[in-house]
Unconditional design. Structure first.
Length: 289
C-alpha cells in the first residue's frame, strides 16, 4: 500500500559517509512497503542522537522527542490511537543511558510498540564518547588508553527478555535482507518488540567496523535456535562481542498493557470530542495562583 517514492524525503541526510544509519533507513523503507499498511498509519518516534535524525530523512509521520524519552512518547501515541503502527528510533546512548528506565518499564508493560536500537557503542553526535554498550576496554575520548572503558557493557537484549518484552531480536545494518524481515515481524508483533541493530560509527569507533561485524556475527536460525525457549534466548543474548548472534532470540504471547487499563468503552481516545472550554475550567480550578 506504500510505494518507495512516497517515503522519499528531499532533505539531505547529514550522517557521515559510510554510516550504518543509511543501511537502517534503507531497510526501514523496504519494511514499510512489505507491511502493506496505509502510509498514514506508520509513526516514528525518535530521541536524541545521530539515530534520532532518521525521521527527518524519511517521509513518515514522526515526532523527534527529548533525550531518552521516545518509549514513553510512543506509549502515549499508541494508547491514544491503537490503529497506528508505532516505531521507536533510538540510539544506544539515548535508550540505554538517559532512557534506560523507560526502556525497562516499556518492556514490563508489554506496550504494543516496536523499538529499534541503533547500536554502535559510541555517542557519535557529541563527538565520540563511549556509549553504554561499548565493550570493556574500549578506548574513546572519555575512556582513554591504557585502561579504556572501565565498565562492562549494558546488554539490551537480556534486559528486555527478563523484564517482559515479547519479541527480542538483533540485526546488523550490513545484512539488510535479515534486518528487513526482523523489522516487519517486530511491527506486526502484538507486544513490546525490540531489535538491537548493530552498526558501525565510521568516524569515532574504529573497533566495531563493518569488517568486524561481518566476521564476528552468526545466524541463530542457521543454528536451529528455538525462539520460544526463554532460557536458551537469555544464554544467547549474553554472548559477547567476540561472537554476536543475529536473528530472533525470543518471542511470546502475553497480555498487552491496554488490557489492564480503563480504556473508554464508548470509543477510542482519539475519537473523543473534547470541550476545550470545560478543560480550561478544570485546569483553572487546580492551578494555584
Amino acid at each position: 500500500m506504500i510505494e518507495e517514492s512516497q517515503l522519499s524525503e528531499p532533505q539531505e541526510a547529514t550522517w557521515c559517509i559510510g554510516c550504518g544509519n543509511f543501511g537502517i533507513r534503507a531497510a526501514l523503507k523496504q519494511a514499510a512497503i512489505k507491511l502493506e499498511v496505509p502510509h498514514e498509519e506508520l509513526v516514528l518516534i525518535s530521541g536524541i542522537g545521530c539515530s534520532g535524525k532518521l525521521p527527518h530523512y524519511i517521509n513518515m509521520n514522526a515526532l523527534h522527542g527529548l533525550h531518552g524519552r521516545p518509549v514513553p512518547i510512543a506509549t502515549g501515541v499508541h494508547l491514544a490511537n491503537e490503529d497506528l503502527k508505532v516505531i521507536v528510533i533510538t540510539g544506544d546512548g539515548d535508550c540505554l543511558g538517559e532512557g534506560l528506565g523507560h526502556y525497562l518499564h516499556g518492556a514490563r508493560r508489554n506496550v504494543n510498540i516496536a523499538v529499534f536500537i541503533h547500536n554502535n557503542g559510541v555517542n557519535g553526535l557529541t563527538k565520540g564518547q563511549y556509549a553504554p554498550t561499548a565493550p570493556r576496554g574500549y578506548e574513546s575520548k572519555t575512556s582513554p588508553p591504557p585502561v579504556g572503558s572501565p565498565m562492562m557493557p549494558v546488554l539490551p537484549l537480556p534486559l528486555a527478555i527478563v523484564n517482559g518484552a515479547t519479541f527480542v531480536a538483533r540485526g546488523f545494518a550490513g545484512k539488510r535482507k535479515m534486518l528487513i524481515d526482523l523489522m516487519v515481524q517486530a511491527v506486526q508483533h502484538k507486544g513490546f518488540a525490540v531489535i538491537d541493530i548493530l552498526q558501525p560509527c565510521v568516524t569515532y569507533n574504529h573497533e566495531l567496523t563493518w569488517k568486524y561485524f561481518n566476521s564476528h556475527t552468526y545466524s541463530l536460525e542457521e543454528e536451529g535456535h528455538d525462539p520460544s525457549d526463554k532460557t536458551a534466548a537469555l544464554e544467547k543474548a549474553q554472548e559477547g562481542y567476540d561472537n554476536l548472534p543475529l536473528g530472533l532470540f525470543y518471542k511470546a504471547e502475553k497480555p498487552l498493557l491496554k488490557e489492564g487499563l480503563a480504556i473508554p468503552k464508548d470509543g477510542k481516545l482519539r475519537m473523543k470530542e473534547n470541550d476545550l472550554q470545560k478543560l480550561q475550567e478544570i485546569i483553572d480550578r487546580r492551578v494555584i495562583q
